[in-house]
Design a protein around this ligand. Structure first.
Ligand code: SAH
Ligand code: AVI
Length: 320
């Protein structure tokens, strides 16, 4: 099986510069893409199994019923999954697709986490020996043109990972994707919808503290890249719904005054007790918001598939 790797490696200055700029900002931030080293990807997989983390509980049955309706669209096409993670979502989808159609598909999992691609692509190849798989380690924000465009493409972006992008990033991502899509291509986008705030906040403050571990792990990733001396236990996990932006925000809050050093920095990074690093946004959408985003990006919504409670949507889009 082929795996192409377009990601910069640990130790490359472009990553260091990005992380240092974010940590020197006011407020301090870290891009959520850096959650997903090997350990972070495993922690996310554990999160998806938690009772409180509702999105997969709603998205998985929806994927099954939607696959029944769309399975014929997959014939003879390149199936590109952005942010494929453990590939569990695409397996649910592919289980509903007849073997003779799977035989005609080339599946391209695209993810920043190489270990996730290696492990999940192998598992998937065992599950569907008749299907061609070609992994791509890449950043879907910057490398969209690296994805082969030889045949008709069916793009999938599940899990509401689009919600982790700022409004500006999401618009740019959709516009870039719209530009590389051809007239017969399709996008199936999973989006988490606005709902009771209490339900959303519980999903990001689980009782077993796995989300807290996932959040704090980003400091281990920063240590790997910057040789900093962050101690994740000196930070508290904070997650709350920000109504103004319709999003969950995750932050790491310094439990005391701290100084963090790195051989790549002349001066330490200083934290006052209570100061935070903003690590993630997870936007929750409305149908109106989805339509506006699609239109502004040159895409049009063909269908929206919902669960009964309208907690999650799978949105099918084509080029305008
Ligand atoms: N789609 C899966 C995984 C969601 S977790 C699911 O629904 O369960 C988000 C995934 O997106 C992770 O595997 C992470 O490594 C990947 N990811 C995050 N930012 C990315 C980026 N900029 N480019 C490519 N992959 C990214
Ligand atoms: C991957 N992404 C859509 C998850 C989310 O819900 O925003 C990441 C996550 N963060 C905390 N829990 C899960």
């Amino acid at each position: 099986m082929i795996i192409d790797d377009f990601m910069p490696k640990v130790g490359e200055s472009s990553i260091r510069e990005e992380l240092i700029n974010c940590l020197r900002g006011n407020p301090k931030t870290l891009p959520s893409m850096y959650f997903y080293d090997h350990h972070g990807s495993e922690l996310f997989e554990t999160i998806t199994k938690l009772d409180e983390y509702y999105p997969p509980k709603v998205e998985v049955p929806l994927l099954r019923s939607t696959a029944q309706k769309l399975k014929h669209e997959l014939e003879n096409c390149d199936l590109v999954e952005l942010g494929s993670g453990d590939c569990s979502k695409i397996s649910v989808f592919l289980d509903e697709v007849p073997e003779e159609i799977r035989r005609t598909i080339v599946y391209y999992p695209v993810d920043v986490c190489k270990q996730a691609i290696e492990k999940s692509a192998c598992n998937l190849q065992d599950r569907y020996p008749e299907m061609n798989i070609h992994g791509i380690t890449a950043d879907f924000l910057g490398h969209i043109e690296k994805i082969p465009a030889k045949r008709r493409r069916f793009f999938c972006f599940f899990g509401s990972t689009i919600g982790n992008l700022t409004e500006e990033q999401a618009m740019k991502f959709m516009t870039d994707l719209g530009k590389v899509m051809n007239n017969n291509d399709r996008l199936l986008l999973g989006v988490d919808m606005v709902k009771d705030i209490d339900i959303i906040e519980k999903a990001y403050n689980d009782s077993q503290g796995i989300t807290a571990k996932f959040n704090k792990n980003i400091l281990n990733v920063a240590n790997d890249h910057l040789m900093t001396n962050f101690d994740p236990e000196e930070f508290e996990h904070v997650a709350f719904f920000n109504k103004k932006y319709s999003r969950i925000e995750m932050h790491l809050k310094a439990k005391k005054d701290l100084e963090v050093t790195s051989p790549f920095l002349k001066n330490q990074i200083v934290f006052n007790k209570g100061e935070t690093i903003h690590t993630e946004n997870s936007h929750k959408y409305t149908v109106d918001g989805i339509n506006k985003m699609a239109n502004a990006a040159g895409l049009s919504v063909e269908s929206i598939f919902n669960d009964d409670k309208k907690w999650f949507s799978l949105v099918e889009m084509v080029k305008q």
